[in-house]
Design a binder for this molecule. Structure first.
Ligand code: DAH
Length: 342
């Protein structure tokens, strides 16, 4: 077999020149393959060595291996050089101004009603009340009849009701949860029931068709209005973070006897009289009373065995007083200018 003519010097010069010219790593890689790859020119020379006579083989073998090492180093150096060049180019393009002011991440807010709800739960929780929930779609029985509001009784007009096609209604207050809870639990107990309620009415600065109420209920052998006053007094003190004067006035609710409304001394004018309290010095914030015997009966409890009081607060009302908000419609307006303030 005729040996190809092997001229290592030519090979060396040629390879060096090509390495020199390589503009990027990809090109360099191609050149590497061409000479040092599996079928590279130098690789083939090394493979042919064994076919040479011994004398030649030793000499050419040494030279070829030296060339191989030499070229490898040349490739490595060039590769390093090209890498640095590429990096520099990127750095030049991606110049970072480390003195530029950062972007402030947008933080979410808790809705004012959520803040107030949590605070109410915490305060009553500290007095041993547990939080209970009930359905927003309710039967007429729980929303009205069980609460001593018979079908044709004019008192039903107090709550303008949304009637649903499925025969249920949207609850107009959280009071039905009193009955639902008493049916399934034996006294004594203390609960609060936060939740949405719905009224079919026109809206204005102090009326909404969807409201958030907190119902309260305490039942035991021997609870009284005095006991009720102590609990709500403590609540007001903690909620408004100051001593708040409040008064109970006779009112009417079918599910309590006696019934009263709770007024607190106006937090806007400290009871002096202003436009918010209509110069009265007091603001009504809740309805309350002693649980009516018929409500116990409808909840399968024996009325003579138990006494209880209940109340219903409007959460929007509490939030409006605490944060001095003058329009109830703001809560559900989705207006970020309003919400971002909390
Ligand atoms: N449920 C009444 C309403 O929505 C508020 C209320 C009044 C709740 C007296 C009570 C209560 O528990 O005892 O107008």
């Amino acid at each position: 077999m005729k040996m190809p003519k092997i001229n290592l010097r030519v090979l060396k010069n040629q390879t060096q020149k090509e390495i020199e010219k390589a503009e990027n790593l990809k090109e360099l890689d191609e050149i590497f393959k061409k000479y040092l790859g599996k079928r590279g020119e130098l690789t083939q020379v090394l493979r042919l060595l064994e076919k040479l006579p011994k004398t030649k083989r030793v000499k050419i073998g040494r030279e070829a291996n030296e060339l191989k090492n030499f070229l490898r180093t040349a490739f490595d150096q060039k590769a390093q050089e090209l890498k640095e060049k590429a990096q520099k180019k990127i750095e030049e393009k991606e110049w970072i101004d480390i003195t530029a002011p950062g972007k402030k991440p947008v933080l979410g807010h808790l809705h004012p009603l959520t803040l107030v709800k949590r605070e109410v739960e915490e305060i009553f929780g500290s007095m041993g009340f547990s939080v209970v929930e009930g359905p927003e779609m309710e039967t007429e029985w729980y929303n009205f009849d069980a609460l001593n509001i018979p079908q044709d009784h004019p008192a039903r007009d107090l709550w303008d009701t949304f009637y649903l096609k499925n025969g249920l209604i949207l609850r107009t207050h959280t009071s039905p949860v009193q009955v639902r809870y008493m049916e399934r639990n034996n006294p004594p107990f203390r609960i609060i029931v936060p939740g949405n309620v719905f009224r079919h009415e026109a809206t204005d600065p102090s009326h909404e068709f969807q409201l958030y109420q907190v119902e309260g209920l305490m039942v035991d052998k021997d609870v009284s209005v005095a006991n009720f006053k102590a609990v709500v007094g403590e609540f007001f003190r903690k909620f408004f973070k100051k001593e708040v004067k409040f008064r109970l006035r006779p009112d009417f609710f079918p599910f309590t006897e006696p019934s009263f409304d709770i007024g607190i001394s106006c937090v806007m004018c400290d009871g002096k009289g202003c436009s918010v309290c209509k110069e009265e010095g007091f603001l009504e914030v809740a309805g309350a009373g002693m649980v009516h015997p018929n409500v116990f009966k409808n909840s399968k409890l024996i009325p003579k065995d138990w006494q209880g009081w209940a109340f219903g607060f409007g959460l929007e009302r509490l939030a409006m007083l605490k944060y001095k908000i003058n329009d109830i419609r703001l809560f559900r307006s989705g207006d970020l200018r309003f919400l971002n303030q909390f």
